[in-house]
Design a binder for this molecule. Structure first.
Ligand code: SF4
Length: 258
């Protein structure tokens, strides 16, 4: 995990600079709730949560509610979501009175398919551009309107892959701000326990064999013995397992480009 100082033109340099090593040492023993509180107090008024409506996201949305935060909860509507995902967004917005902001890509899926001559998600070459246009671009366009935002995510070390080395807080060179991963040290059991203790509504597709849920063209259930992300972009893995994506890169920690 890269923990170098922020880039030269980052607006964070002008005011709330933090020592990342010291901040991570201070955050490690805190609870997830305390880590979010710390970010709101120490980093920026622009602390926003990126929600996928999956299990870690419902934990974090509930924590925003518990803290009484008016901060934005961002949901990127790619146009390809399961209807159950959209219902989760609406249910959480109403139940917990969250400041839920839905972001949209610049083009509709019909416009995108017309311009690109087909469905980008169907090919190894097209998928990265589809994810960039429908996920990353709307998110970064929204964050660009904020001064040094801190993006709260649900990434966990236990998920493996690129996420194995994430730290509680890291810089986000895309925005000049930070990424906060309050659940970075949580296990799957920790997530399940929190959801049970607080009787949280969870995405119904989790119970239907979907441990990881993204856009419907790129998400399938997993079979017994498969890892949790085996159902994502399965159609591309069939084409070429070595080049198939593991992540959509909307999270900077997963390699989102600068
Ligand atoms: Fe497009 Fe699939 Fe990425 Fe969704 S997950 S943005 S449909 S390539």
């Amino acid at each position: 995990m890269k923990t170098a100082l922020r880039t030269v033109d980052s607006p964070m340099r002008e005011d709330r600079r933090i020592d990342l090593a010291a901040a991570n040492a201070a955050l490690a023993p805190l609870s997830a709730l305390e880590r979010i509180r710390w970010a709101v107090d120490e980093l920026s008024e622009n602390v926003v949560l990126l929600s996928s409506m999956q299990k870690t996201a419902v934990v974090l949305m509930h924590m925003f509610h518990r803290l009484g935060l008016p901060n934005e909860v961002l949901f990127v509507d790619t146009g390809y979501h399961f209807v159950e995902t959209l219902k989760m967004r609406d249910d959480y917005m109403r139940r917990y009175r969250l400041n839920l902001v839905t972001l949209y890509p610049a083009s509709t899926i019909e416009e995108q398919e017309r311009v690109h001559g087909g469905k980008l998600f169907a090919t190894l070459a097209g998928q990265p551009e589809c994810c960039r246009m429908r996920k990353e671009a709307p998110l970064l366009a929204h964050l660009a309107m904020k001064r040094a935002p801190t993006l709260v995510n649900g990434l966990r070390r236990a998920e493996g892959g690129n996420r194995r080395n994430i730290t509680p807080v890291s810089e986000d060179r895309r925005t000049g701000g930070y990424q906060l991963s309050p659940l970075y040290d949580w296990t799957g059991t920790d997530i399940a326990t929190y959801i049970a203790e607080h009787d949280l509504l969870v995405h119904p597709l989790h119970a239907a064999g979907y441990p990881s849920i993204g856009c419907y063209p790129c998400t399938t259930p997993v079979q017994p013995g498969e890892d949790d992300r085996a159902g994502r972009w399965r159609h591309l893995r069939v084409l070429n397992a070595a080049e198939a994506p593991e992540y959509c890169r909307i999270n900077y920690s997963d390699g989102g480009g600068i």
